[in-house]
Design a protein around this ligand. Structure first.
Ligand SMILES: [Zn+2]
Length: 245
């Protein structure tokens, strides 16, 4: 924005204005969607703190049974709703009870789990994410990275659910240690954009899990990754602003 204003105000010396803008920022109109799955849980409040400090938007793909699991988790859900930078989306009520094979064999069960989440919380969004499967059903994208979700995803789409998968995941091991450093993640993200590996050019959906961001080491890494990506000129948006949903 600043660069735009400067260009208009000093049109005759446009070259010198451009030269003062870091080249990555001048060219970079690339958008990252931070998406946090499976909350609310013990990482959610800490993740929200990091995002609030960094003034960064994000989408939480929430599980209904977690929202109703405790007063604290209910309050965290309310805090997500109240903050205009945050967005709540549908990650089912029971998270397929973590029995994915059974769940996806019965598309009607999958639909029911999404509907229960939507109706019990009167969710206004139709954006959802399938548990345990990277599945896309938007206006422009139909893809099942894991084929077993195909029939369920088709049924969900026919009932008006928009499914957003992910381009990159920041994974952790069983001890909740992040598998990639901030530097490695930033490199992977840059490669995704440069080699046009994302589902939509210039738009990258990043999958994270609230429960990985509990200890101070991982929270510092999250803060660092957001700052690193912002410095490189990437823009952050909520999933609701993903193109052609
Ligand atoms: Zn999940």
């Amino acid at each position: 924005m600043k660069a735009e204003k400067a260009k208009i105000a000093t049109a005759p010396v446009i070259d010198s204005v451009i030269a003062t803008v870091p080249s990555t920022q001048a060219r970079n109109q690339k958008t990252i969607y931070l998406t946090f799955d499976d909350g609310p849980n013990r990482g959610t409040a800490k993740v929200m703190e990091v995002l609030k400090k960094a003034k960064t938007p994000a989408t939480f793909f929430l599980v209904g049974s977690h929202i109703h699991g405790s007063q604290k988790q209910w309050d965290e859900y309310q805090a997500i709703l109240k903050n205009p930078r945050f967005e709540a989306a549908n990650h089912t009520y029971f998270h397929a009870k973590n029995r994915y094979a059974q769940f996806y064999k019965s598309p009607a069960t999958a639909l029911e789990d999404f509907r229960l989440m939507r109706d019990s919380l009167q969710l206004s969004t139709q954006i959802g994410r399938t548990p345990g499967c990277n599945t896309w059903r938007t206006t422009g994208i139909t893809e099942d990275v894991d084929r077993r979700s195909r029939k369920a995803a088709d049924l969900l789409k026919s009932k008006g659910v928009t499914l957003l998968g992910w381009d990159v995941e920041w994974k952790a091991n069983g001890k909740r240690q992040l598998k990639s450093t901030v530097e490695e993640m930033a490199k992977e993200i840059e490669k995704q954009f440069a080699e046009r590996l994302n589902k939509t050019d210039d738009h990258l959906v990043l999958l994270l899990h609230d429960q990985h961001f509990v200890d101070s080491t991982n929270l510092a890494a999250l803060t660092d990754l957001i700052a690193t990506l912002a410095e490189k000129g990437y823009v952050f948006e909520k999933a609701g602003n993903y193109p052609c949903l």
